[in-house]
Design a protein. Structure first.
Length: 90
């Protein structure tokens, strides 16, 4: 006589259960900073068109992890945005 298989999943683990948020990422993609390089635009408070790209709809400065800007350029950018706000250019 053949044994009947039971649907006992205690011994098995699904692929979904193996995934975790806290596992280290296998692939990290290094994004290049769009504001540093040879043909990069100059970050200045008068360059309103450039500054508006890095401001959200609510007027907040977007973080560098979203825009992939280097920390040095992010500091310059935030200072320029604040100056432009102060002078009512934005």
């Amino acid at each position: 006589m053949k044994k009947k298989r039971s649907n006992n999943k205690k011994g098995r683990q699904s692929n979904f259960a193996k995934l975790s948020i806290f596992q280290p990422q296998k692939y990290k993609f290094k994004k290049n900073c769009p504001l540093s390089g040879k043909s990069a635009p100059v970050v200045d408070y008068k360059n309103v068109k450039l500054l508006k790209k890095y401001i959200s709809e609510n007027g907040k400065i977007l973080p560098s992890r979203i825009t992939s800007i280097s920390q040095k350029k992010q500091r310059e950018l935030s200072l320029s945005i604040k100056r432009a706000r102060n002078l009512a250019l934005i």
